[in-house]
Design a binder for this molecule. Structure first.
Ligand code: ADP
Length: 268
């Protein structure tokens, strides 16, 4: 099994193998493997400059890798970027791209129209995602009256409009208060498990990773330094992160193989 991807890995909604990306002389990613299965939450942890954003942008089809294979929802991000994008929902920190003077519902109806849905078709879909993120009672309130946590949930609702098979979340709770963060985390985990969505969550919040990740990847120096199962609390994750970060210079010179989980490297 060692060195071989699981047979089902190749069908996983997020499938990335041997991803390299350099910006000039800076190697941002050096042979990264990531798999996220249906219904799985994978957290991506790492210090600033580790390569998290670069990896997320490659998956989002915003940046093209120098080498490697990347598939999102079964679509190759280079050969079929439009298909890949259609299978993707993206949630960013500090959601700012809503029309603040419009209601949550009106915003979602607008974004549904961008997905090609007609008004009549959009209405039940918008109602469903509002219900799913707990915003149905506030659906007709203006977004500028929403709390930061409610806006973050509206961001998740927007990402769900196109029934994505993959959700990419980049620090979704960065500006959200602790209670709002807990609510959003639970929603993300429920979304993965109940809808079978593959979730990749980049975060600096170790509590968040510990709370909802089925698998945590520690990225350091452009490589996956550790692959951890869900048995780590925030303190344990912090210890692993610090150790991996201090070793990352050495890690870049080490030959890595694909481990049994389909991520690189094998568990130490
Ligand atoms: P993270 O998100 O983990 O902080 P990034 O992916 O943003 O890491 O960055 C990884 C490395 O790539 C860093 O050294 C960063 O300076 C470099 N980098 C990222 N994007 C660019 C870019 N567009 N141009 C030049 N260097 C970049």
């Amino acid at each position: 099994m060692e060195g071989l991807a699981r047979a089902s890995d190749t069908d996983a909604p997020v499938y990335a193998r041997g991803v390299h990306k350099s910006f000039g002389a800076t190697a941002a990613l050096r042979g990264v493997d990531v798999t996220v299965h249906r219904g799985e939450v994978v957290a991506l942890l790492g210090p600033n400059g580790a390569g998290k954003s670069t990896l997320m942008r490659i998956l989002a089809t915003a940046v093209v890798a120098d080498a490697g294979v990347v598939r999102v929802g079964g679509a190759d991000v280079v050969a079929e970027p439009r298909t890949a994008r259609a299978r993707l929902g993206i949630v960013l920190a500090d959601e700012r791209c809503f029309y603040w003077r419009l209601s949550g519902r009106a915003n979602l109806e607008f974004f549904a129209s961008l997905h090609g849905m007609r008004r009549k078709q959009a209405r039940p879909v918008v109602d469903e995602v509002l219900e799913a993120v707990g915003l149905a009672p506030a659906a007709d309130r203006r977004v500028d009256r929403y709390s930061t946590g409610m806006r973050a949930r509206l961001g998740l609702a927007r990402a769900l409009l196109g029934e994505p098979s993959v959700l990419l979340l980049d620090e979704p709770t960065r500006s959200v208060d602790p209670i709002g963060s807990i609510e959003l985390r639970e929603l993300v985990a429920r979304t993965a498990h109940e809808r079978g969505v593959a979730v990749l969550l980049a975060s600096h919040d170790l509590h968040e990773a510990a709370a909802i990740a089925d698998t945590t990847l520690v990225l350091a120096g452009g490589e996956i330094a550790r692959v951890l199962d869900s048995g780590y609390d925030a303190a344990a994750l912090e210890a692993v992160l610090v150790a991996a970060t201090s070793r990352s210079g050495a890690a870049t010179r080490t030959q890595r193989s694909t481990g049994p989980t389909g991520h690189s490297p094998a568990r130490p």
